[in-house]
Design a protein. Sequence first.
Length: 308
Amino acid sequence: MYIVTLGRVSTIELRHLAAMTAIVEEGSFGRAAVRLGYTQSTVSQQVAALERAVGGPVFDRPGGPRPVRLTPLGSVVLDHGRALLAKAAALTDAVDRFQAGDGRIDIGTFQSVSSVILPSVVRRLREEHPGCDIRLSEEEPEQPRIGDLDLLFYDGRVDGDIERRKLLDDPYLLVAAAGTFPDGPVSLERLDGAPMVAWPLTCDQPLMEQALAHSGARPRIVFRSAVNDTLLSMVRAGLGSALLPWLAVRGADVPSDDRLRVHELRPCLPPREIYLHWQAGRVHSPLAARAVDVAVEVAAALAPPPTA
């Protein structure tokens, strides 16, 4: 039951206004009752309740075949009542669309997820829910925060009161200019002292470089950039090789570039772990819940090389 809480008219219900509108449009209580699926006495009771709430009659009732007429007070009530009914209908439609998955979702992401995973997620969500409103923001902070985001992709586990789903292990691969190394896997010891271009020391990069050092390989970092395409351009130019996660290699379509070669590492470095996070205890909208399911399905369909 919907109640309009506006001072002295706090007992007006939307059904009272709907009955009044039907009477005006049909010209009689009887025809309004047929249209609404009520008995005529029920319609009369609703109008009586409305008149008690507003403090006076809203209809003149001439009797006989003549149609009822609005009183001056009734005209005021009808004008505002129709606006309230329209807003109630809009609210109902918005709630129905939200429950059906046509709401808004805010997703935080980063480069390689944006290139490889999210396009499939966005496409499927829009196919299933054409009216949905998807907002994406891409950044790779050292200390990510969910804030007002519904979902956050990140290469690692975000601290705090967070729930998460692990999507995949993302192994590191060596990308080098053609001819730098023989075809096939490359041993980590061959990277000791070799010129390398690399990401800044954010996200999973420090862990990867620590693992590389523990293996006895200490390459010379000659350039750092947070942009995968920039790193690959420097590899093509011969500045150095790069250790990049498989998602970044796939997103840039490196295997199709005859100037570059992709090598597995022996032994493998610990893979980067890709997670989808959300605030613990937050009730998912149907759209956000579906986005989680789709992201899990899309990630499961990918086929990274083995990490052992």
